[in-house]
Structures are given as C-alpha cells and as structure tokens.
Design a protein around this ligand. Structure first.
Ligand SMILES: NC(=O)c1ccc[n+]([C@@H]2O[C@H](COP(=O)([O-])OP(=O)(O)OC[C@H]3O[C@@H](n4cnc5c(N)ncnc54)[C@H](OP(=O)(O)O)[C@@H]3O)[C@@H](O)[C@H]2O)c1
Length: 297
C-alpha cells in the first residue's frame, strides 16, 4: 500500500514521519515542498506517475492565517489550486485522497455576539458536542475561505476523498501555539492570552494516527470528518495548562479578543463534534489535557 504525503516538512507532515514505522504495511513517500509543489500540475503528475500511490495525504497548505489577508493569491494557489491538482491526479490514478481542512471554515458564523454558545458556561447551545460536518460553513477570512474552496474543488472532481477538518494543531514539530507560549515565557515575566475564543487543541501526532487509521480500515465511507482532541478550552486555558505541565512560572492574564486585534477574524467558537469519525472508524480520542501531558518531553 503506497501512501504519498505532501508537505512533509510541516508539523503534520513531520508527525506522520514520526509514526510511519508503526504502520509497516504502508510504504510511505514523503514529499517536501521542494520535491512536490502542489501548485504545479506537471510536478504532481510526474510524482503520481512515478509512485502510483494508493492513498495521498495532503498536509501541504498555506497556513499563515493573518498573512493570507495581504496575499490572497498565494493562499488561493496553494489551498485551492493545489488541492484541485491533487484531486485531478487522484482521479487519473484511482488514488484515495485524504485532505486536511480546518475549523476556520466556520469563522464568521460563530463570531462574537451569536447565540450559538453560552459565554458564561462556555458550552454550545444547540449541540453540546460542537459543530457537525453537516453544519453550513461560513468563512470570515481569506485562509478559511481558501480552505473551504479547496474542499469544494476536491468534491467537484472526485468521490474517493476523506476531508478531515481539524483545529488548533500543535506538536513538537514546526511552528505552533505551544511552542510560541514556551518561547515567550522564556523571554517575559507576564503574558496576556485571549480568553473568549473557545475551541479544542489537537496534537498533530493524534491527527496523524487518525489519518492512518482511516487508511488502515480500507473503509469507503468517503466524505467530510471532524477530528480534534476531546473537550474544549480557551487559548488562555490552553496556555495555562501548557505552563502548568512544563512547570513554567509566569504571570498569565486573560484578555478579550478585542484587546488583541488581528488582521484575520478568529472564530469565537469552533469546537468540532467527533461522533462521526469515532463511530465509523472506531477511533478513540484522548482529551486535549491528556494528550498535551502524554506528548511532553
Ligand atoms: N496548524 C493549525 O493550527 C491548523 C489548524 C486547523 C487545520 N490545519 C490544517 O492542517 C494541515 C496541516 O497543517 P500544519 O500545521 O502541518 O501546517 P504547516 O506546519 O504550516 O505545514 C504546511 C506545509 O505545507 C508546505 N507547503 C506550502 N506550500 C506548498 C506547496 N505549494 N506545495 C507543497 N507543499 C507546500 C509547507 O512547506 P515548507 O516547509 O517548504 O514551507 C509546509 O511544510 C493544513 O491543511 C492546515 O490547513 C492546521
């Protein structure tokens, strides 16, 4: 079973490399952006012809959420044209595409002031487990919009796809919130973190295992799936737990999003309901606190 992985130098790409040995039945072809530029259709065709993958995991993406507001063409090329190029190659080679998407496809729908969740209790009002795969996406920024358009481009070309939406990805690899917090804490005595955006952290290794479990299952229940760790928290709660586990002493202050303006709007609520992926693939998911603790050190 040949599994082609794009974006191999990103944090999900590196997490897949980290666990690859534990799936001996799979022959992995890890392509960095220099081996395979997904915006270049000829490059995609050459790689697919050479390796004839049974599965392609697309972790390659334009992920600079704020920068995307000032370079939308680049975000579109990678997140939409790139996804489309891979889908076309998957169609030609009967390859199953696993494409990673984001909770940011919802970022305008649950903006501040909506009645979707109870701000005091920090719980959703309509569905206590969070956003469903069938909820109507409504991106508010360029990154979320291009990720949604990438999903749609794939769906227009092939049927054999798993689109896995995830949120707040972090790991020991690449750039992420956990590493930023630990770096900032080594430079400062106080830190302010927003407390009114509620979501769920996802350890990239847990996500990588979920993707490979989907492949391993050989099931053909194609479609959109949610995956994150279990539970929910604010960025402030997440930072607090990172510091507690790492025994970092710092004066951490909760602040509202209005005190930390960013070019791209963030969803105030983006907890994903994982019932579908758990029931179809039998995946058991650790709470975000357990996973954070487990993957330390
Ligand atoms: N990070 C999060 O919090 C988060 C949250 C929700 C969803 N997601 C989604 O999860 C997936 C993985 O994210 P991640 O955190 O692993 O991202 P990442 O660390 O930013 O990695 C993205 C990778 O894509 C590569 N890439 C960029 N343009 C490319 C191109 N034209 N062709 C081939 N590769 C290209 C980059 O290559 P270089 O190494 O050369 O730059 C990088 O290695 C993405 O689809 C992202 O949208 C992430």
């Amino acid at each position: 079973m040949v599994v082609l992985v794009t974006g191999a130098n990103g944090q999900l790409g590196q997490s897949l490399q980290f666990i690859a040995e534990t799936y001996p039945e799979m022959k992995f072809v890890f392509c960095t952006s220099s081996d395979l530029d997904i915006t270049d259709f000829d490059n995609c065709q050459t790689i697919f012809k050479q390796y004839k993958p049974d599965f392609c995991i697309n972790t390659a993406a334009y992920t600079a959420v704020d920068k995307a507001e000032s370079e939308p063409e680049k975000a579109f090329a990678i997140n939409v044209t790139g996804a489309e190029n891979l889908a076309k190659c998957c169609l030609d080679h009967q390859t199953v595409l696993l494409h990673v998407s984001t909770d940011f496809v919802f970022d305008a729908k649950f903006s501040e002031g909506t009645a979707y969740y109870d701000k005091e209790l920090r719980l959703p009002l309509q569905n206590e487990k969070g956003l469903l795969e069938t909820d109507v996406p409504f991106p508010g920024g360029t990154y979320g919009l291009t990720k949604l358009q990438g999903e749609q481009a794939i769906q227009a070309i092939i049927d054999n796809y798993f689109i896995v939406r995830t949120s707040w990805v972090y790991s020991q690899f690449g750039h992420n919130f956990m590493k930023t917090m630990l770096r900032l804490a080594s430079e400062r005595d106080t830190l302010s973190v927003v407390d009114d955006q509620i979501g769920t952290p996802t350890h990239a290794v847990d996500l990588a295992n979920a993707l490979l479990t989907i492949i391993q299952s050989r099931k053909t229940d194609f479609g959109i799936y949610n995956f994150s760790n279990e539970g929910h928290c604010s960025w402030y709660d997440f930072a607090k737990e990172i510091f507690r586990i790492n025994k970092v002493v710092i004066d951490l202050k909760p602040i509202p999003s209005s005190a930390y303006p960013t070019p791209a709007k963030r969803p105030s609520y983006s907890v994903l309901d994982k019932t579908k992926i758990k029931s179809i693939f039998g995946i058991s998911i650790a709470s975000w606190e357990t996973s954070l603790l487990e993957h330390q050190g």
